[in-house]
Design a protein around this ligand. Structure first.
Ligand code: SF4
Length: 614
């Protein structure tokens, strides 16, 4: 791969600002070798390595067709609009590339026709949005909502027009041939390179789209970028879910007399407080025996409904098969209630209570999904290793025999940052910690003049710290929840002396280069909540759940959080951990040894000196 990545390689010749990086060439060689020998490979590529070019160029050169999966749409679009055009230019190769998104991103032509006949607006504010959608309809070729930059894909107008499978009759639909979603699938089947996200990857591999053949295994190479998100996303995709609303929507789609009869039967069951998020239960917890009983009481009604639907003629009622399939998935959920290999929990965070069940052992599910479907699987991210080893990640994603490649960041952490752990703060579990932490944070922010991310492990700390800082400093405090995440990051960059205070959604995926971000503070080591149902079920199955699961998860999160600071060769600044367990506990070493080697200080004067050298 030197002819691309070397000092006089094609990249240097094509781009005057291209920086030759040894680790990037090393990664490209490893990827090329894995593709040619049909092996699996896991690469941790530290920040600055340039990993996207390091896997895309070998894929192009190999001539093999490939699926590239990302966790975020941002990266998916970056690949399509920025990186792939660069590689086409540099390699002179022009493979057919397509992007495939989930159904909610595409317009459903049938729902659009129905909406036009009977437009239902939830508020006056929807009317100009509908005007914008109508204008877009006149020119769109892909039916992809992202073409309308001003309208978010979860806007109520778009959710009532999208290709939601709950409203889709598939090949019986009069618009099936022109359908944007199915056309995108067909195009992806024929493309040499397909860009997907992790949700879609697992939806396709677990054949949840039961009516349709899977498309991804037709491509021998699978590359998973942002692979640190894989386990969580696989967990949600391989799980089952049931809500009262899912049943109510289905009942609402029944024809005539069936609708009346069955809605009456379910009314009392669905009005039970067990489905209500505001009642006596906590926001998230394990399904209790009482809940289980009430959920299982749905079974006889669902069975009768399934029989009644099966007796209907599918030519006269086109939604019949769709509804029968969905009732089948309700039974899949109800059956897991008795299965010891699933953890059953409820979640009321987003409004109405959702009941979920997910496999406790996710690695064997992922392994089964991948098995025999790809010649080569490549997984990469900047954050996969614990204590310079990839074993934890390999075991979690079922790729125990994959080759490993660990590439350090190309940024100069040693000289460009300093890690400060205050000496005098109480233990994070003591009541005295929070007020003392506020004093310490103010001292640090006075030195850095804001320009900091304050990354918290709880919403309570976000509120407490943000409110105190607002009351006691002149800094521009931006608090999570007061605006959208991109809006807050935009303001952080544009406005002077800003401090962004946020919880886990700000620990990763945010890239702020330059002086605007000169300090990252984390309030405590990010251990998972010990009573979080999925975490607890998995940890309980291990011999030592703390060191085997809790610590490695926290280490990966810790690396993500602190990794926000240095995003380019020019970046410089302070890392601060307010949790002194990182130095006082045995496991603290694992955190420090897993991060980049940075000088450690316990003195604020040292921090001051470091900043004075800037
Ligand atoms: S096939 Fe399904 S998604 Fe496509 S237009 Fe018809 S109903 Fe909508």
């Amino acid at each position: 791969m030197k002819h691309y990545f070397g000092p006089n390689g094609k990249l240097s010749q094509s781009f005057a600002d291209y920086e030759v990086r040894g680790p990037q060439n090393e990664m490209a060689e490893a990827v090329f070798d894995a593709i040619n020998t049909g092996q699996n490979l896991i690469v941790e590529a530290g920040t600055g390595v340039g990993k996207t070019l390091a896997y895309l160029i070998p894929i192009f050169e190999s001539g093999k067709s490939a699926v590239i999966s990302t966790a975020t749409k941002v990266l998916q679009h970056q690949l399509l609009e920025k990186d792939i055009p660069v590689i086409k230019k540099v390699t002179g190769l022009n493979p057919d590339v397509s992007i495939l998104k989930g159904r909610s991103n595409y317009l459903c032509l049938l729902r659009k026709e129905q909406f036009m006949l009977n437009p239902l607006f939830r508020s006056k504010r929807d009317i100009p949005v509908w005007a914008e959608v109508k204008a877009w309809l006149s020119f769109t070729e892909a039916g992809d909502f992202s073409e309308m930059e001003e309208v978010p894909v979860n806007h109520p107008i778009l959710t009532s027009l999208n290709a939601d499978r709950n409203y889709c009759t598939g090949s019986k639909c009069p618009f099936y041939r022109e359908c944007y979603f199915y056309r995108a699938r067909k195009k992806a089947q024929k493309s040499q390179i397909v860009l997907v996200n992790h949700h879609l990857l697992f939806a396709d591999l677990s054949v949840k789209e039961t009516n349709f053949a899977t498309i991804l295994p037709l491509h021998p190479v699978l590359t998973v970028d942002e692979a640190h998100k894989l386990e969580d996303i696989a967990t949600s995709q391989f799980g089952e879910m049931l809500t009262a609303r899912m049943i109510a929507v289905l009942l609402g789609q029944l024809p005539g007399e069936l609708k009346f009869r069955h809605t009456e039967k379910f009314r009392e069951l669905l009005e039970d407080p067990v489905f209500d998020s505001d009642m006596k239960f906590r926001q998230r917890g394990v399904v209790s025996e009482e809940m289980k009983e009430k959920l299982l009481a749905l079974k006889p009604g669902l069975e009768t409904l399934r029989k009644d639907l099966t007796a209907l003629d599918d030519d006269t009622f086109e939604m019949r098969d769709n509804l029968i399939r969905r009732i089948g998935s309700f039974f899949d959920f109800l059956d897991t209630l008795e299965n010891q290999d699933f953890v059953k929990y409820y979640d009321s965070n987003s409004g109405a209570r959702q009941f979920r069940s997910v496999p406790i052992d996710i690695s064997s599910k992922i392994e089964q999904a991948f098995s025999g479907n790809f010649e080569t699987i490549i997984m990469t991210s900047a954050t996969l290793s614990v204590r310079k080893k990839l074993d934890f990640f390999k075991n979690r994603v079922g790729l125990k025999d994959a080759k490993s490649c660990l590439l350090a960041s190309t940024f100069d952490f040693k000289n460009n940052t300093i890690l400060y752990v205050p000496k005098t703060l109480p233990d994070v579990n003591q009541d005295a910690f929070r007020p003392a932490a506020v004093e310490e944070i103010i001292r640090i922010l006075n030195l850095t003049e804001g320009r900091a991310f304050l990354l918290c492990t709880s919403h309570r700390n976000v509120s407490c710290f943000a409110d105190e800082l607002r009351a006691r400093t002149e800094l521009n405090i931006l608090k999570q929840g007061e605006s959208s995440a991109p809006g807050l990051v935009g303001r952080f960059i544009m406005e002077q002396n800003s401090v962004l205070v946020g919880s886990f959604s700000f620990w990763e995926g945010i890239d702020v280069k330059g002086e605007a971000l000169s300090c990252v503070i984390i309030d405590r080591l990010p251990f998972p909540q010990p009573d979080e149902p999925v975490f607890k079920a998995r940890a309980d199955r291990m011999e030592n759940g703390f060191f085997g699961y809790s610590v490695p998860l926290a280490v990966l999160q810790f690396k993500q959080g602190l990794g926000r600071l240095i995003r380019s060769n020019e970046d410089r600044g302070i890392l601060c951990v307010l949790d002194n367990r990182v130095l006082t506990k045995r496991y603290g070493k694992i955190f420090l040894e897993s991060f980049y080697p940075v000088p450690l200080t316990r003195s604020l004067d040292e921090v001051k000196k470091f900043l004075a050298q800037s």
